[in-house]
Design a protein. Structure first.
Length: 293
């Protein structure tokens, strides 16, 4: 642990730094507190026997969200405060890590870690039946929660027909997966997401007239192996089943698929047809998630 700034903790210079010391320093670095305010917090903390965060909140200097943010940094659990990062608010795993919805995402992550990402498995397709079922948003949120676990996570936008991940993560729609498969560029197109140290994105890339042919090329199999060598978790966002056969091909290459079902929107007959075709292609259906919006 680094030694705390002496001007913040002059009285504690002769003692080992404490976790509270780092909370104070981080709040100063973020512009949430001044050095003078930190001293006031310290005085109240000493008088009342409080934790630093509790004392700072009692003085009205910081909010619960401010304290949760610095604690997340201490414990390597990155997330963002509202208004930062320029991502949509629907990327709940980034902005609302303590909500019931994100707790459900963590539960899904745990199940996938136990049931699928074992014995060397690293790839998983995320697929839905209809356009607008929320597949892309679920894939993005799952990618965030996997990265928060400390897993080197790659989200691949394999929806070459209506890509969304570059919009969700505020990246330019330039080259990406389509260009890699066509041999026009290499994996330098993989972009690290600045707000999450363990999360990267391979966007869809250039619009192409032949997504199905690209996915059936041998280069896609080679790419799969290369990505698995570089990352712990590889998630594929796929187009809707009723829009094209791309999801079947990508899921077969991944070996497993997580189905997205939208409440009061996905037809049972369509889901049964999709599931049947997945099984016939040799793809394991790892589970399903029902979303409602």
């Amino acid at each position: 642990m680094n030694k705390p700034v002496s001007s913040i903790l002059s009285a504690a210079a002769a003692t080992p730094p404490r976790k509270d010391a780092h909370i104070g320093r981080m709040l100063v670095e973020q512009g949430k507190l001044t050095l003078e305010q930190v001293e006031k917090v310290r005085m109240l903390q000493k008088q009342e026997g409080l934790r630093f965060g509790e004392a700072a909140k009692r003085l009205g200097l910081v909010s619960d969200a401010d304290i949760q943010q610095v604690l997340s940094r201490q414990f390597d659990y990155p997330y963002l405060q509202d208004g930062s990062g320029n991502y949509p608010s629907t990327l709940m795993a980034a902005y609302q890590p303590f909500s019931a919805e994100v707790e459900m995402l963590r539960s899904i992550r745990s199940q996938l870690m136990l049931r699928w990402f074992t014995a060397g498995r690293k790839k998983l397709a995320i697929a839905g039946v209809n356009p607008g079922d929320g597949t892309s948003l679920l894939a993005a949120n799952l990618a965030v929660v996997f990265s928060q676990l400390g897993e080197q996570t790659l989200l691949v936008d394999a929806n070459l027909r209506a890509p969304r991940q570059h919009q969700i993560f505020n990246l330019p729609a330039e080259r990406g997966l389509a260009d890699v498969l066509a041999g026009r560029c290499g994996l330098d197109m993989v972009a690290m997401i600045d707000s999450f140290a363990d999360l990267s994105l391979l966007p869809a890339g250039s619009p192409v007239p032949n997504p199905q042919e690209l996915f059936n090329r041998a280069s896609f199999g080679v790419l799969n192996q290369t990505l698995c060598d570089r990352f712990d978790i590889v998630l594929y966002d796929t187009p809707a089943f009723l829009s094209s056969a791309d999801a079947l091909t990508v899921a077969a290459r991944a070996g497993g698929v997580l189905l997205v079902v939208r409440k009061d929107h996905t037809r049972v007959a369509d889901l049964a047809d999709f599931s049947d075709q997945l099984r016939r292609s040799g793809t394991e259906i790892v589970g399903s998630v029902m979303v409602s919006f």
